[in-house]
Design a protein around this ligand. Structure first.
Ligand code: MF3
Ligand code: CO
Length: 249
């Protein structure tokens, strides 16, 4: 069941997601060779405290960190570590908070130092796929319109869309209905309505879309070891079009 949000609920989601966007921006500025993902995790906690929000991921189903940091062939849910980042890595930062009971959730992928042309293109296409999906997040459209738009952009570039993980509705819970695959068929799925808030989050692989979960129970990696990128925005469907709640101001 999809929960529609009232204007005052959307206002809280605007705040929670706005804070996520600000914190991701600060984290991105700190990313460079030599920095560890554990330092970024600690910084995300410090910044959350300053903004008087609660990091949403820590403790969620037993996840032990505030931030997910997925490097290179890690797709999502990578765990912060003491291994320093090196030039040429790509790093996905996925972060969420709770503000007055409402969740914010967004993700970006950023280069560390100088990265390959392929890595740059993978990141760019993944973000473009996200924006193509958002463009279809219109009242009256179908969920499949969003999914198909993401898939089209990704596959036209020769990359692949991860199947095993999807986006989600967001509100008083981090994960609400509907599930939002990044692949699908135009015209299919539920009809989108004003008041829906969707976390759209394409995970895009350089090679095969197949992934596996490491024995730590969290880290998702590409089966072929090639690169993966991830971008996520939480988007409110308004009468006059999509509003990106987690847009960086
Ligand atoms: N952005 C991720 C998601 O939407 C965050 C979940 S990671 C977890 O699923 F650690 F919180 F589980
Ligand atoms: Co999410």
């Amino acid at each position: 069941m999809v929960i529609l949000k009232l204007p005052d609920e959307i206002e809280r989601l605007r705040t929670s997601n706005g804070i996520v966007a600000e914190i991701l921006t600060e984290l991105r500025e700190r990313v460079k060779p030599g920095v560890t993902t554990r330092e970024l995790d600690r910084l995300s906690e410090t910044l959350s405290r300053k903004s008087r929000v609660v990091p949403a991921f820590k403790g969620y189903r037993g996840y032990p960190f505030a931030l997910c940091t997925s490097v290179n062939g890690e797709v999502v849910h990578g765990m912060p570590s003491d291994r320093p980042l090196i030039s040429g890595d790509i790093l996905s930062l996925d972060f969420g908070v709770i503000y007055k009971g409402y969740y914010g959730d967004a993700a970006i992928t950023v280069p560390v130092g100088t990265v390959s042309a392929t890595a740059q293109r993978l990141m760019k296409v993944t973000e473009q796929g996200l924006y193509d999906g958002i463009e279809q997040a219109l009242a009256g459209n179908r969920l499949g319109d969003v999914s198909a738009a993401v898939q089209r952009r990704v596959e036209a570039a020769g990359f692949s869309v991860v199947r095993d993980f999807v986006g989600h509705g967001i509100g008083r819970s981090m994960h609400e209905d509907p599930q939002i695959p990044n692949y699908g068929v135009r015209g299919r799925g539920i009809q989108l309505r004003p008041g829906m808030v969707l976390a759209i989050e394409p995970m895009v692989n350089e090679g095969s879309y197949r992934v596996k979960v490491l024995s730590d129970g969290w880290t998702v990696i590409t089966e072929d070891g090639r690169l993966s990128a991830h971008f996520e925005h939480s988007v409110a469907i308004m009468e006059n079009g999509p509003e990106i709640l987690s847009r960086i101001q």
